[in-house]
Design a protein around this ligand. Structure first.
Ligand code: MOS
Length: 770
């Protein structure tokens, strides 16, 4: 396969900063502790709040005695469902159409409907006093039978716990008939466990009432408009009087895109004690009440010809949900679009548990769904006696099989080719257990990687100052992915300045509105508006200069000007020009300022209005007449000790197609993080539930297993750099979610290749290999 890469399309992107491996602009502040996270803000007279959470998963609070807690010196108040003044007005629309992630409002009733539900809040002068008060609260419960896990929900046979997810139902062709006629028939069930988000920074809120009607909250948020509107609803405030400050976020991975019970509780506590209140969840309190990746059961019927062409896939999916809320882990999306499969049928049901609401977790749907799909395709390769990569090529989709639309840009073949070369895939011998290093079994597995392109309307303000600085304000968020850095690069090129002179300000609802930082949309959405605003500010300067008789640029057409390093000049006569500072100083101006709104490519003009009304207003992956997806290929080597059956990932190679690369370093870093998370998904992660209580057993980072350095061998990542003009004006697509997709299957496939054992139930632990 020697196909030349298509030439980058001519886009009007000024050169310089974009594409460079610029170090994170927020890096020095983060490593020196100067970056202030939400609950680290110092405000005068602050009180501290601690949550008391339920020790049962289902039932009611019979009695809750707060008297002992109230005698602790420094304790200011204890809030329970019985104490006065805790009424919250429910929000009407669920996330993401509206603003809230909590279908169950805290402290509104004696009912317990999820493990870890908040039953009291203790507020005190100091954190330690609040903690002391909290341990003295021992509610009496009336316990009722609980459903702790997806498995229990399905086993219960209770129809009232099941709910079809109509949005996820899907059909094309005649799946059943094609399966019945297929030469190869595979009937396989894959399961994935509940997993929990574990960002380094816990969820928390610092709530400050500026007056009876004006509230400021410091809250790590992937979408600052969500807490703003949630709180406005709860407390009957004008949304414009609620300010959310969230400049740094220590990871969110989806869970910080919604709001959770601690948010209104911090504001409520602050209202009651008439002081600012700081409330941080503990690590243990991160395992309930702030979402999770729902467990899944995915039943696959895959029909194929003897030569490996897939003719039919049926999926019957069951995914875990809480008793309240309707988040459907969208597992089947990836199967609908990835291969050229003529016949398909998907049915999907929620199965309710007392786990509370699930929520998006990195590559929601695709991460779990691709484990099933990419394992099944590997099983087909085995059944057909074909190389796993060859099977994928035989089923390659030239146009999107779901929409019939052409792809905006699809370099998956190139990813396969480069990945296989870098990995040395051709040296693979097909027989399980046939590759060894001494006694150690070696397994090589691979998977296809993909994630849709989402984009949203975006707004930003740009200023160029007379002292040689410039800034961008955008009410978007950097959730730790490098958004500050790539936006600085984009703005530097848009302004025509050095990146070091540009400051990007994010994470404040006082800045122009933007969508949530989720679904890998920020680079494409906010990137475009930052380019528009910074170019617009430069254009303002140009207009001043060409009208100024004292300017060397006087009388020129602004369109004939270019800018570099803070100097405006005639494009074809670079010596003719002057600095931004000179232009502004002579004009007696401190700065120029522009505001811009940008619709995503193919976006509906309504989406801007919707976003202004605080809806996420995302464009579909097939807007603009194209199917838009990022792609990649992952190759994994595992080493298994044949006596102990401990799989170790010794090598990963990933090659990815993400459109234009805005910053190779931050892009690679996102993808490496995603792939390593995929190893965690394959071998380590699962939330264990106590069958006796329905509570989480491993609610800490010692027992909730995540891969550490010792678990990860060599990781090699390569990112193609071919702009996709249909994804965004800059040609960029997101990279945040992509890396994890397919990885768990690639590991499982490698484990099969090493051992001959096919594990269809994550995580792949030793017990499943013996
Ligand atoms: Mo991503 S799971 O949409 O933050």
């Amino acid at each position: 396969m020697t196909r030349a890469l298509p030439k980058p399309l001519p886009l009007d992107v000024p050169g310089g900063a974009i594409g460079r491996r610029l170090d994170r602009v927020d890096g020095p502040d983060k490593v020196t502790g100067h970056a202030t996270y939400a609950v680290e803000y110092e405000v005068p007279n602050v009180a501290h709040a601690v949550l008391v959470t339920s020790s049962i998963a289902h039932g009611r609070v019979r009695r809750i005695d707060t008297s002992a807690a109230l005698t602790v010196p420094g304790v200011l108040a204890v809030l329970t469902h019985e104490s006065g003044g805790v009424k919250l007005k429910p929000v009407e629309a669920p996330f993401p159409e509206g603003t809230s992630g909590t279908a169950l409002l805290p402290l509104q009733t004696d009912k317990i409907e999820q493990r870890g539900q908040v039953v009291a809040v203790v507020v005190a002068e100091t954190l330690e006093q609040a903690q002391h008060g909290a341990v003295l609260i021992e509610p009496e419960y009336e316990e009722e039978p609980f459903i702790g896990t997806l498995e229990e929900s399905l086993k219960s046979g209770r129809a009232d716990l099941r709910e079809p997810v109509e949005d996820e139902e899907y059909q094309r062709g005649e799946a059943e008939k094609a399966f019945a006629e297929a030469e190869i028939q595979l009937d396989l069930t894959y399961t994935t466990p509940q997993e929990n988000h574990n960002p380094l920074e816990m969820h928390g809120t610092l709530a400050v009432w500026e007056s009876e009607t004006h509230l400021t909250v410091y809250e790590p948020s992937q979408w600052i408009l969500a807490p703003k509107h949630t709180l406005a609803h709860h407390f009957g405030l004008d949304p414009e009087h609620v300010r959310v400050v969230s400049p740094y976020i220590g990871g969110g991975f989806g869970s910080k895109a919604a709001t959770w019970s601690h948010l209104p509780l911090a504001a409520l506590a602050a209202k009651i004690v008439k002081r600012p209140v700081k409330l941080s969840r503990t690590r243990a309190q991160m395992f309930a009440g702030v979402g999770y990746r729902p467990a899944t059961v995915q039943k696959y019927k895959l029909g194929a010809t003897r030569d490996g062409k897939i003719t039919s896939i049926s999926i019957q999916a069951e995914t875990q949900a809480g008793m309240n809320g309707d988040f459907p882990e969208p597992v089947a999306g990836v199967t609908q679009m990835l291969y050229d499969v003529p016949n398909m049928a998907v049915s999907h049901e929620l199965a309710r548990t007392h786990a509370g609401e699930g929520i998006m977790m990195r590559a929601p749907g695709e991460a779990s769904g691709s484990f099933a799909l990419e394992s099944a395709v590997d099983e087909l390769a085995v059944a057909a006696g074909l190389d796993p990569l060859e099977v994928r090529l035989r089923n390659y989709a030239e146009t999107d099989p779901k929409s019939g639309l052409p792809y905006s840009s699809k370099l998956l073949r190139e990813c396969y080719r480069q990945g296989a070369d870098l990995f040395g895939w051709e040296r693979r011998t097909p027989e399980p257990g046939s590759m060894r290093d001494g006694d150690t079994l070696i397994g090589w597995g691979m998977a296809t990687v993909t994630y849709p392109v989402y984009a949203s309307a975006a707004t930003a303000r740009a200023r160029i100052f007379d002292d040689g600085r410039a800034e961008i304000e955008a009410g978007s968020q950097d959730i730790g992915t490098g958004t500050y850095t790539i936006l600085t690069q984009i703005a530097a090129d848009g302004f025509g300045m050095e990146a070091g002179s540009v400051k990007v300000l994010l994470g404040d609802t006082n800045y122009p509105k933007n969508a949530y930082s989720g679904g890998s949309r920020t680079a494409a959405s906010v990137g475009d508006v930052v380019m528009a605003a910074s170019q617009g500010a430069r254009q303002e300067l140009a207009l001043i200069a060409v009208q100024d008789e004292e300017s060397p640029l006087h009388g020129l057409n602004p369109l004939d000007l270019d800018a570099r390093e803070g100097r405006l000049f005639k494009r074809d006569e670079p010596s003719r020009g002057e600095t931004f500072q000179d232009i502004l100083t002579r004009a007696g101006r401190n700065h120029v300022e522009v505001y811009r709104e940008v619709l995503p490519v193919g976006g509906d003009p309504k989406s801007l209005d919707q976003m202004m009304g605080a809806k996420n207003a995302s464009t579909e992956a097939d807007a603009a007449g194209y199917a838009r997806h990022s792609f990649g290929a992952a190759f994994v080597e595992v080493r298994v000790d044949p006596d102990l059956m401990t799989p170790r990932v010794s090598r990963i190679v990933g090659v990815f197609d993400i459109g234009r690369v805005l910053n190779r370093k931050t892009a690679e870093s996102q993808l490496i993080g995603g792939m390593i998370w995929g190893v965690g998904m394959a071998l380590h992660e699962q939330t264990d539930v106590d069958p006796g209580t329905g509570l989480v057993l491993n609610a800490d980072l010692a027992e909730y297993q995540l891969p550490v350095n010792a678990d990860i061998g060599a990781v090699e990542v390569h990112v193609l750099d071919v702009p996709d003009p249909h994804a965004s004006r800059l040609g960029a697509r997101g990279a945040g979610e992509l890396g994890i997709v397919g990885l768990a299957a690639a590991v499982a496939n490698a484990v099969y290749h090493a051992t001959g054992k096919r594990v269809r139930d994550l995580p792949i632990t030793i017990d499943k290999l013996c």
